[in-house]
Write a protein that binds this ligand. Sequence first.
Ligand code: SF4
Length: 501
Amino acid sequence: MARYKVALIGLYNYKVLGVRYLTSMLQERGFHCDLICFKNFESGNMKKPSEKEYEYILNLLRDLKPDVIGLSVMSSLYLEVPRELTRRIRASVGPDTPIIWGGVYPTLFPAESLDYADWVLRGESEEALVELVEHLERGENPRHLLNLAYRQDGQTVVNDVRPLENNLDVLPFPALGGNNIYYINHDRLYHGDPQINTHTYEMTCSRGCPFVCSYCSSLSLKKLYRGKGKFVRLRSVDNVMQELKQAKQKMKRMRMVLFWDEIFPDDLDWVKEFAARYKQEINLPFQIWGHPLRINQEIIDILVGVGLSQVVIGIQSGSPRIRKQVFFRKESQEEIIEMTRVLAQAKVPEVIYDFILDHPFESEEDFRLTLELCEQLHRPFTLQLHGLSFLPGTEIVNLAIKQGVVTQAEMDRLQNLPLEEQYRSMYWFYGNERVNYRRSQYWINLIYYTQFPRLYKLIKPIATRTKLLENNALPFRLLRKACNYFLFGRRVVKKLSWMYG
Ligand code: SF4
């Protein structure tokens, strides 16, 4: 008997690492699985799917005739798209085809997700998805399955999650290449894996994060998995190398590796083994994410020696009050400054520090402390200044409502804004009633210019003696634009030189 056919849909990211893992897992267990990458993340140009794009995906699903359809639903940012897509699939592909939602949002909000999906899978679901599809294929009732949530007589039933897979090496590598992958974007349908002709390969060496930042879903996931095994798990170096070698062989243009671990492994023995083999077997520049409390001179020196080209680190605020009481981050000013010294000494080619600014918890004093900290960070560095996103299910949402800095009604409005507006609130600033607009512009601009030390020396006296920066006067607007272009150009040149130099 032909096995069940599954179609998995990843939204707004054609690299969809999690969905690629699920695709491989289903294939390994004998199912035919098509992967549809619907839209891509395009910084500065986030748009809802067009009617033509909806038409493409619905026609494609009608042609593929899957027995089961799965959607990966990450966060509120794209929520209106899976809702709309699910409605359209039911209406025009087939009301009887079971639709499964998985991902962070359904994990934290199974009841809301079941307003759209027939089944919800919570948490890490490679094994759970296989079991669910097997049950559906055999016509058996899957309701006892771990990780599953469903509706029964109008009531939401949420089953427990299974223990975390401790040995990540047992998972197949994420799907890469093959004619079962489709990509829809810019009003076009492409048959084939869009990743295969790109220059960068994205992967992880671990799962889980040891930290509990209030604005991140990691904390809620950690609570979900309490008592279910180690939350932070590491793959063996050999397993990582096998995946990289396979990717290098399939992606003829691969020039760089992006490690998407929440925090790149900092186990010294693991790093030593990784470095020795990476240099010999892969030898490509790579990028990592780090954390101020996990940056260690010996490890960074080793990684720079084998191709580390960029580190991104969240500092988020220069105010100890904001960091500790609002963001639940433990690092001190001294530890942050020391971390920047280590990175500067190791001569990491590009160091990027993330800050979350101009949110409703922040006072003018907090802005001042952030500026003061930025002045003390060891250079060179690039700054990424963001607004604060209130992601559903994160602790900061409860904190904001409890402290009365955002009302429940306003929070609901924010989390249900159209895609374009949610994107803007993530990358631009939310606005802050404690600090008026002009003053916040003043502080944000000054903080921004600390990444250009010579320019900053010139600008700071002008900014403090005049209202030019506060009023965002034309010369400053033009200067900021020029600096943004400079940063963009510098990043492109650096990337090209790492990849082809
Ligand atoms: S360090 Fe990053 S991944 Fe970890 S909890 Fe904080 S924001 Fe989330």
